[in-house]
Each structure stands twice: as C-alpha cells, then as structure tokens.
Design a binder for this molecule. Structure first.
Ligand code: PMP
Length: 435
C-alpha cells in the first residue's frame, strides 16, 4: 500500500494534468491475467476497459506471451524500420486472411507508427494525395485520435476543410427521428450537401466514419445508413474510410464491424487489438488509391516486430476460436440483462452496443423538460457509478459527448461466470450511486 500511494503521488505530480484514465482510475497495476488486474496494494479488479478495447484476449494471454518469447528467443532483430521480415510476412498474411474477401483481394497495406491516430493521419493524407482534393466528411460524436488531422476529423474539433454531418442514432437523434427514417434523412442530407452547386460542399477527398462510435458513447451506425453512405460515396468517387481501430478483431460480433452491413470500404484504419496489446497501426486500402511515391509516407517506428508477432497470434486465436461469434452471443445476453436493469432504474436512458462493445447511457429523468426529446445526460451520476464500480473491483470507462455513458469493453475471452460477476458488480454500483 505504501508503494501504491507513493507511485500515485509521484506520477500525479510529474505527469501532465492532461492524462485522462489515471485521474478517474487511481490504481497501480502490477500484475494481470485475462480479465483480472492486480494493483500494487494487492487489490484485484475485473478490467472491462481492456486498454480502451485493445485486449481482445485479455491481459497476458499465453498465445500472445508465447509469440513474443518466440521472437526474442529466435534472435530476430527487434527493430528494422520497414524492412521485410518473416514476422511481418506472417502478420500480414494472417491479417489479410481475416479481412473481407472482396476488400483484401485488391488491397495494399501501409504500416504506420505506432498508434491509431497515426494510421488515421495516414488515411487522410492518402485520400488527399490520391484524389487531389482536400475536404473531408466526418460525423458528429466521432473520435479518430489526438493528432492534428485526426482531431480535425473528430466531432467537436474545428477545421474549415472538414464538414461534419450528423451521425444517426436512435436514442439521441438530433431531429428526434430514430431508426430507418432518421438514417435515410441523414443520407439525403449528405446527398443534398454534395450535389448543391451553390450552398453545398466541394467534392471532398474522403469520408471517414466508425461503424460503431466508441468514445462517442457506443453508438452503432444502422446498417442501412452505412450502405447508403457507401452508395453515396461510390457514386461520387469519394473514398470511404472505415475507422475500425476500436471495432475490429471480433469486438462487435463479426471479425470487422463493416461485415454487419456488408459494405466494402476503400480504406480501413486498424490498430488497438491488431497488436495483441502492443502498439501497432496500419492502413489498408484499395490498390488504386496507392498514389504515394517512395518516401511519401515514412516514419521510424512502423510495424514493431514484437507487436506484429503478438498481433498475428491474436488474430489467429480470434479466428480459430470463433471469438467474434462468442462476442455476439455473450454481448447480446449481457445487454439483455442490462435492459432488465434499465426497466428497474429510470436513470438508465439507453442500453446499446454490438457484441462486447456495450454502452449504458445514464440520464437525469427528473431534470427533463416536458418537451425534451430525451432526458439530459447525467455525467455526475456516471462518474459516481464508475467510482462505485472501482470500489467493487470493476474497471469501467466513460464515454459520450458529456461523459454520461458507462462503457464495457471486456476481453472476448470473457467466460459466462465472469460476465455474471461483471454485471453483478455493475448493478450493485449503480444502486449505490443512485442512493
Ligand atoms: N479511432 C478510434 C475509433 C478510436 O477509438 C481511437 C482510440 N480510442 C483512435 C482512433 C485513436 O487511437 P490511438 O489512441 O491509438 O491514437
């Protein structure tokens, strides 16, 4: 406990106030396995943050550790810039085997370095180079990263070249129209904007979207809307970029989230789980878009050997053990129980998600004005729930525009018993926070 306190104190003094997770989760992880993290104070936690969705197989999965050890024991170089290696070859082969066939058959890969935001940046630069255009379409509530270009594409930031369109949502539709009608309205708005020669926007270099918004509050895009976005962009030769940084590798119940709607994007941005808990990010795109000259997109840390080995092992394990299917069935069961909880607690405004990407939106029923489409968010309650969860040994993350959504991103290896334990602790924490 003394070490725990000392570490927390020193790090909070030395590190920038900008650090996010550490402020709301004052724990000092020293050991971890699967769903469980152990702190320096000896306390154990069920980790449903999973490195913001990174840990498809949970912490320190044996196949991941084995893959890393194998590289180290083989004497292979740990860093060789972007040279060809057997490790990279194995990773790329495994990755392409998981990608939607129609996409993979004609795709190129660029290793970016090392975070999701780097791959987003590469994607934006790629479509600008390939089309010779500069504008970009992105969506309200989007999160694509924290570097300048990715930030521009994220809801909330501002850049004149980026036109932000409303992301459709059943619960918080800005027009009060959810479901298919809302999605169709959003699609028509997009068409009008692109086709209006006077008041619209010039044909942009690309459109970037998340099939399920994660940081935005776990908002799944309706499949019909995604198909309309694909039609609209294809008809105008606008490359469609699917940001699958968080939704990839089985998390949403299919290996890649675009598979739910069947759309084939022009560019896919991949990171988090593809590195098997080590930093790795790639952009994969239709070969026709490969407009870069040699040297046009370089960087020192691209395709780390250990991350590629850990990633290849993770991708293979998810594929061989059909963990995407497992995420679909277990996620649906968990959301069913959460819906039951919502019926008993008016502070739960919505339970939504796909697979093991689950959001519980907390709202303030009493503060709702009579003409409000939906009750206002309850960020203070959400923060209290997060704290009560932590007190009960459960780590959850918050999301959404007002941080009013509790997010569950457990590993895909979650057992039935663990799922029950997670939801028991969550239900207890909610009841305590409400009091
Ligand atoms: N895109 C999406 C959809 C994300 O969820 C994130 C991270 N949460 C990013 C991009 C940025 O990734 P990174 O934090 O690794 O830069």
């Amino acid at each position: 406990p003394a070490a725990h306190e000392g570490i927390l104190r020193r790090q909070s003094l030395r590190e920038s106030a900008a650090r996010t997770y550490g402020r709301s989760l004052p724990i000092v992880p020293v050991r971890a396995r699967g769903l469980t993290i152990e702190g320096a104070d000896g306390r154990r936690y069920l980790d449903c943050l999973s490195g913001a969705g990174t840990l498809a197989l949970g912490h320190n999965h044996p196949v991941v550790l084995e893959a890393i050890k194998k590289v180290i024991d083989s004497g292979a170089p740990l860093h060789v810039l972007d040279l060809a290696t057997p490790v990279k070859d194995a990773f790329t082969t495994e990755l392409f085997a998981t990608l939607p066939r129609e996409f993979a058959d004609d795709a190129r890969i660029q290793f970016c370095g090392p975070a999701g935001t780097d791959a987003v940046e590469a994607a934006l630069k790629l479509v600008r180079t390939a089309t010779g255009r500069s504008g970009l379409l992105s969506f309200t509530g989007a999160y694509h990263g924290m570097t300048a270009g990715a930030l521009d594409a994220s809801g909330g930031a501002g850049d004149v070249r980026v036109t932000r369109l409303p992301f459709p949502q059943n619960y918080r539709c800005p027009f009060g129209i959810g479901g298919e009608r809302g999605a169709e309205l959003g699609a028509r708005w997009t068409e009008n904007l692109l086709d209006d020669p006077k008041g619209g926007v010039p044909t942009p270099a690309g459109m970037i979207l998340e099939p399920v918004q994660g940081e935005g509050g776990v908002i799944p895009a309706p499949d019909a809307w995604l198909r309309r976005m694909r039609e609209i962009t294809a008809a105008r030769s606008i490359p469609l970029i699917a940001d699958e940084v968080q939704t990839g590798v089985g998390r949403t119940g299919t290996f890649w989230a675009v598979e739910h709607s069947g759309i084939v994007p022009d560019v896919m941005v991949l990171s988090k789980a593809i590195g098997g808990s080590l930093p790795l990010a790639v952009v994969v795109y239709r070969s026709e878009l490969d407009a870069w000259q040699p040297g046009a997109h370089a960087g020192t840390f691209r395709g780390n050997q250990l991350a590629m080995a850990a990633g290849a092992a993770t991708l293979a394990f998810v594929r061989e053990n059909r963990l995407a299917d497992r995420a679909a069935t277990l996620g649906a069961r968990m959301m069913g129980r959460l819906q039951g909880l919502a019926a008993a607690h008016s502070c739960i405004g919505d339970v939504r998600g796909r697979g093991l990407m689950i959001g519980i939106e907390l709202v303030d029923e009493e503060a709702a004005s009579p003409d409000a489409l939906v009750p206002p968010p309850a960020p203070a309650l959400a923060a209290a729930v997060q704290q009560e969860c932590l007190d009960r040994g459960l780590i959850v993350e918050l999301g959404g525009r007002h941080s009013g959504v509790v997010r569950l991103l457990p590993p895909l290896t979650l057992t039935d018993e663990q799922a029950v334990a997670v939801l028991d602790r969550f239900a207890d924490a909610l009841a305590a926070a409400e009091r």
